[in-house]
Design a protein around this ligand. Structure first.
Ligand SMILES: Cc1ncc(COP(=O)(O)O)c(C=O)c1O
Length: 436
C-alpha cells in the first residue's frame, strides 16, 4: 500500500490516542526503550500542553511535574515563543555555521557570556546536552594535545551522574543500571563515588562524609597521576541520579583540588541552568564555584527547540588561541551549531525569564515547594525527600532504618507515576524514585 502523511493522519480526534499508541508500538524506538517489551509497552500519549499542564489523548489534564525533562522553564504554549520561532524561520531558517554567522547565534552567545560567572565568555553551540558534553570533552583533549601534554587525557566523573547519550558523554555517566550491555570509553573515563549523604556509611557525620568524598577525588587524581588527569565533570546537583544535593562545601573543595593539580573543572548545568535553582547559572550564584567550562541545554530554549552548548573561560581559551595557536583549528561542530531558529527561541525564552522575574519567582516559591513535599517523608514507603530550588526527589525504600531498596524497585516509581497521573500529576519515575 502506498503511504502518505495524509493517509497516516487520524480522521477523528477520538481515535487519535489509540492510533498514536499503535503507531508508536509498531515503529518507534523511544529513549530507554525496554527491548524485552518492545511493541507492548504503552507510554502516555500527550496531545497538547498549556502552561504547567499537559493533556493526554483522552483530554485528561495533568500537572507537568518534571517540566518535560526538566526543561520547560517558562511553561508550555507561549505564543511569544511560537512567534519568535516563526519569524526566524521566515527570515532566515538556516545558514552554515562553518562560513557564515547569524544575529541570533551572536546575540545569544553575548547574553550567555553576560550571565556566565567569572571570565566564562566564549560559547560553543551544539544540538543538546549530550553533544555539548561531548564537544567540551573534545575541546579538553584538543587543549592538552596543543599544550604538548598528550598523556593528560583522563576524565574523572562520578557514580550516579548522567551526562548524556553520545559515546563519550555516556561513558561519563555513572548510573549503574544504564551500563548493562554497552561498551564505554573506560580507557579515559574513571568514576568515583557519588556525594550522596543519604547513602553515607552508617554512623558517619555528613561533614566526615564530605571530607571523604573530596579526598576520594584527590586520591584518584594522585593514583592516576596529575599529569594524566585532564578534567573533572560534575552536575552541581546530580539530577536523574536522584537529585543528589552534595554536602555543603563539597563542590568548592572539589574545585580547589582540581586547581591544585591543573585539572579542568566542567560544571554540567544542563538541568540546573536557566532558572531551576533561581539563577541563570547555579555554579557561582547558588553553589559558590566558578568552573572552567559550563555545559548548558534544556532550559536555554525551554525545550521548544533543541539547543545546547558550552561556555568556556577566557583564561583557558587564551592558552590555545591567538598568534601562538598558528594552524590550530578546533575541528568540531555540527550542521546545526548556532541554529538561527533555536537561538531565536532561546533569546525569546531568556527575554521571558527576565521580564517575568522568573528567577525571583523560583527563589520565592522553592521553599514552599520543598517544604510541602518534605511532608511525604512521614509515609512508611518514603526513605528521603530531598531537593533544592525547583528540583525534588522522593526516594522510596522498603524500610526506613535500613534504607533498603524495595525488591519491587523498578516498578514502584512507575506505579506511583501511574497513580499520580490518575490524580492529575505527572512525576518522573526512576526505578524506586520519583523526581519533579
Ligand atoms: C546533567 C545532564 N547532562 C546532559 C544531559 C544530556 O542532554 P540531552 O538529553 O539534551 O542530550 C542531560 C539530560 O538529561 C542531563 O541531565
Amino acid at each position: 500500500m502506498t503511504k502518505s502523511v495524509a493517509t497516516l493522519q487520524p480522521s477523528r480526534s477520538g481515535e487519535r490516542g489509540r492510533r498514536v499508541e499503535d503507531q508508536a508500538k509498531r515503529h518507534l524506538i523511544q529513549p530507554w526503550e525496554s527491548l524485552e517489551h518492545l511493541g507492548k509497552e504503552s507510554r502516555t500519549v500527550i496531545d497538547r500542553t498549556e502552561g504547567v499542564y499537559v493533556y493526554d489523548a483522552e483530554g485528561r489534564r495533568m500537572i507537568d511535574g518534571p517540566a518535560g525533562m526538566w526543561c520547560v522553564q517558562i511553561g508550555h504554549g507561549r505564543r511569544e515563543m511560537a512567534e519568535a520561532i516563526a519569524r526566524q524561520a521566515m527570515q532566515l531558517p538556516y545558514q552554515s555555521p562553518w562560513y557564515t554567522t547569524t544575529a541570533p547565534a551572536a546575540e545569544l552567545a553575548e547574553i550567555i557570556a553576560h550571565y556566565a560567572p567569572g571570565d566564562l565568555n566564549h560559547v560553543f553551540f551544539t544540538t543538546g546536552g549530550s553533544t555539548a558534553v561531548d564537544s567540551a570533552l573534545r575541546f579538553v583533549a584538543f587543549y592538552n594535545n596543543f599544550l604538548g601534554r598528550p598523556l593528560k587525557k583522563q576524565i574523572i566523573s562520578r557514580a550516579g551522574a548522567y551526562h548524556g547519550s553520545t559515546w563519550l558523554s555516556a561513558s561519563c555517566s555513572g548510573k549503574e543500571r544504564d551500563r548493562n550491555h554497552f561498551d564505554f570509553a573506560t580507557d579515559i573515563v574513571t568514576l568515583i563515588g557519588a556525594p550522596n549523604p543519604y547513602r553515607r556509611p552508617s554512623g558517619m557525620s555528613v561533614e566526615a562524609f564530605c571530607d571523604a568524598k573530596v579526598k576520594e577525588l584527590e586520591d584518584k587524581i594522585l593514583e592516576i597521576g596529575p599529569d594524566r588527569v585532564a578534567a573533572f565533570i560534575a552536575e552541581p546537583i546530580q539530577a536523574s541520579g536522584g537529585v543528589i544535593v552534595p554536602p555543603a562545601g563539597y563542590l568548592r573543595r572539589c574545585l580547589e583540588v582540581c586547581r591544585r593539580y591543573d585539572v579542568l573543572y566542567i560544571s554540567d548545568e544542563v538541568v540546573t541552568g536557566f532558572g531551576r535553582l533561581g539563577a541563570m547559572f547555579a555554579s557561582e550564584a547558588v553553589l559558590g564555584i566558578v568552573p572552567d567550562i559550563i555545559i548548558f541545554a534544556k532550559g536555554v530554549s525551554s525545550g521548544y527547540v533543541p539547543l545546547g552548548g558550552f561556555v568556556i573561560s577566557e583564561s583557558v581559551l587564551a592558552q590555545v588561541s591567538g598568534p601562538k595557536a598558528k594552524g590550530a583549528v578546533f575541528s568540531n561542530g555540527y550542521t546545526y551549531s548556532g541554529h538561527p531558529v533555536a537561538c531565536a527561541a532561546a533569546l525569546a525564552n531568556i527575554a521571558i525569564i527576565e521580564r517575568e522575574g522568573l528567577l525571583d519567582h523560583v527563589r520565592e516559591i522553592a521553599p514552599y515547594f520543598q517544604e510541602r513535599l518534605a511532608e511525604l517523608a512521614d509515609l512508611p514507603l518514603v526513605g528521603e525527600v530531598r531537593g533544592m530550588g525547583l528540583m525534588v526527589c522522593i526516594e522510596c525504600v522498603a524500610n526506613q532504618d535500613g534504607r533498603d531498596l524495595l525488591s519491587l524497585d523498578t516498578e514502584v516509581g512507575n506505579r506511583i507515576d501511574a497513580h499520580c497521573q490518575r490524580l492529575g500529576l505527572i512525576v518522573r519515575p526512576i526505578y524506586h524514585m520519583c523526581v519533579m
